[in-house]
Ligand binder design. Structure first.
Ligand SMILES: [Zn+2]
Length: 81
């Protein structure tokens, strides 16, 4: 087995000459399929980064809300003093 490849769909090794994976039946990875797979990975990464940014905004908004409340309390204290 000098020419083996890994199935891009199921991850199992197969003969590099096979055009279809004997385990899951998917076409073996050619450059087009790999590029497509990479595109999907990067797409998912972009979504994850966007979600992370939204989560950060939420935390910032929460922190700003707390700060605003503390500031108004401070203002109320200094006014009553
Ligand atoms: Zn497979």
């Amino acid at each position: 087995m000098e020419n083996t490849t890994i199935c891009h769909a199921c991850g199992r090794t197969m003969d590099g000459a096979f055009r279809y994976c004997p385990w899951c039946g998917k076409a073996s990875a050619d450059t087009g399929a790999v590029a497509e797979q990479m595109d999907r990975v990067f797409e998912r990464l972009a979504v994850m980064q966007r979600e992370d940014a939204y989560a950060r905004f939420d935390r910032m908004e929460l922190a700003l809300g707390c700060l605003e409340r503390e500031l108004s309390q401070m203002v109320a204290v200094t006014r009553s003093a």
